[in-house]
Design a protein around this ligand. Sequence first.
Ligand code: 13P
Ligand code: SF4
Length: 324
Amino acid sequence: MSWTLPSAASLYHRVQRIIPPVEWAAFSDDIEAILALKRERSAVILAHNYQTPEIFHCVADIVGDSLALARKAMTVDADIIVLAGVHFMAETAKLLNPDKTVLIPDLAAGCSLADSITAEDVRLMRQRYPGVPVVTYVNTSAAVKAESDICCTSGNALAVIESLGVQRVIMLPDEYLALNIAAQTSVEIIAWKGHCEVHERFTPADISELRDAYPGVTVLAHPECPPEVVAVADFAGSTAAMSDYVGRHKPARVVLMTECSMSDNVAIEHPEVEFVRPCNLCPHMKRITLTNIRSALEQNRHLVTIDPQVIDRARRAVERMLSV
Ligand code: 13P
Ligand code: SF4
């Protein structure tokens, strides 16, 4: 491994199709500072697929969907993990690395799904449906995970549910993910009323307008979209599954019904594919910037901590998912 740090200028080719030179000028100082700080502090940056290209392609060490970030968090060989993503992702990294320092550059980077349910709500669901196992989407707080039997992500929800060998499960908190999975299994799913504020805004009418305006376009949707949107898409899958789909099928034209940076990041890797870009921004993901990643590393903030009362039970639910 070379110990010479790359200059920001030498990284520009990675993103030049997406980031104009005038914008890049504002990023280079932070990029060079972050690369130096990572080495000085033995830190790695885990970045979700919804992070902006200058983060995703220029400073991140590990990138992926929620499932990949959780899996790869277990193998990190560094003292510090900076999570470029939202708070539940940082908590998952901390659950799996209780002895490492886990930092999130902005503590307010939340998630409407995580905010839709509390640990008390899960206890009430258990009372209402005694003996029915609780499958919790990773987009939840550690306290909610601690009340669950097993976690899932959009990438493994079907496999997790079918691994339980039961006829009925409680699946929390994303109603649309639950309905989209229910359409693929004979297991009865009892859902909650949580929604992703980004994906709930897509409609079937958006897709028919896109198909009229961009003939032949392939439509990929995240399973947090309403079922009527998934029903008229060509494929639905996690952010990693959508990215793999583009790599495998190389559609001439594609639209990703998901967060905006996802298309930018995948487009960089597939110059031959035309990306059609109506998309919705996740305000929580967009709280993470190069500037606050740099401050996180300079000032060791914001430390992600988990209530000792819940940490072991929450970890068990995540580890059980990872073993499926
Ligand atoms: P993925 O697990 O598919 O990356 O999704 C996470 C997320 O928050 C989608 O909105
Ligand atoms: Fe949460 Fe939706 Fe943002 Fe994903 S896109 S972090 S589910 S609010």
